[in-house]
Design a protein around this ligand. Structure first.
Ligand SMILES: Nc1ncnc2c1ncn2[C@@H]1O[C@H](COP(=O)(O)OP(=O)(O)OP(=O)(O)O)[C@@H](O)[C@H]1O
Ligand SMILES: [Mg+2]
Length: 282
């Protein structure tokens, strides 16, 4: 699907849902709103592998229903856009390309945010973005994206039983999602595997993504995320307002700092200003 087509579908779905016209259509005035052509990825020199990825149709209604709101620039995408821009600036300043999204405990909103960041970052069409669903115990990306399960497995990619191409779909010409169609009981063993480092290095060479987003499991729930943090340049902590405690955030920060850089803490589900998608970033 092209960026333009998905944005048009989103605008249509919004218009159908919101008869007040409260939400603006993707605005051409947005500096990040540059329409991508399907051939754009093909124009880059490292496009060979990228173009082998299978394209999947993404359903606009499903994205909106699942709070994935940052495909185009609009009022609801603003909190994600601000966060995305700050993250990209910091990554660029430090030469970082891999970011983990984690939280102290389950259900803080990691996957929702990971997908919003992925779509938000991909609005710059010359930027290639990959999202890898590194949470193998509670996979949700296929549901959030509304794509049919197809035996995809990040666990199999991480221990070299499957290729990245077998694990990923292209949602937009410059945006790929590697997802899990089922759960993986041996998640921490897979993430601790000695093959993961070299495999990701090869993946970087083959696909040359500008940013790779890893939606990792909750840090305090088990040792899956800790096992993986050594492979990323930085990690963002998602806390849920009214649920996550200061002590949990502190614990998380200390654990992350043992392996990589702390990007910051996002307070999700904060109802300040009446928005259900409020993000406060520290
Ligand atoms: N800003 C928000 N406001 C209200 N609800 C939200 C917000 N962000 C996410 N949610 C909801 O919270 C629930 C958990 O979100 P999500 O699946 O993204 O969290 P998660 O941290 O990935 O969970 P898990 O630990 O199970 O992987 C979902 O129902 C989601 O729609
Ligand atoms: Mg999740």
């Amino acid at each position: 699907m092209t960026t333009e087509r998905l944005q048009a579908a989103i605008a249509k779905a919004r218009a159908k849902r919101d008869t007040t016209g409260r939400i603006a259509d993707p605005s051409p005035a947005d500096p990040d709103h540059v329409a991508a052509s399907p051939s754009q990825a093909a124009q880059t020199s490292d496009a060979g592998r990228w173009n082998d990825l299978r394209a999947a149709e993404i359903d606009a209604e499903t994205l909106i229903r699942n709070r994935v709101l940052s495909v185009g620039s609009n009022r609801d995408s603003t909190p994600f856009d601000i966060l995305r821009t700050r993250i990209l600036q910091r990554m660029r300043e430090n030469g970082w390309r891999r970011i983990a999204i984690t939280s102290p405990t389950p259900r803080c909103g990691k996957s929702t945010l990971a997908l919003n960041l992925a779509f938000g970052m991909s609005r710059q069409p010359d930027r290639k973005i990959v999202s890898i669903e590194t949470d193998m115990r509670r996979p949700s990306h296929e549901t959030l994206l509304g794509i049919d399960p197809a035996n995809r497995s990040v666990a199999r990619f991480f221990d070299s039983r499957s290729s990245f191409a077998d694990t990923a779909i292209l949602a937009l010409p410059n945006l790929a999602f590697a997802t899990n169609s089922s759960t993986e009981a041996q998640a921490s063993d897979v993430l601790l595997g000695s093959a993961v480092g070299p495999l990701l290095a090869q993946f970087d060479k083959d696909y040359a993504p500008d940013v790779t987003i890893f939606d990792t499991p909750p840090l305090l729930a088990n040792d899956d995320a800790m096992a993986f943090l050594t492979h990323v340049d930085c990690a963002l902590i998602i806390a849920a307002a009214g649920e996550t405690t200061a002590k949990e955030i502190d614990q998380c920060e200390r654990l992350i700092a043992q392996e990589t850089q702390v990007m910051g803490v996002v307070l999700n589900k904060s109802r300040q200003g009446g928005s259900t998608a409020a993000y406060d970033y520290y």
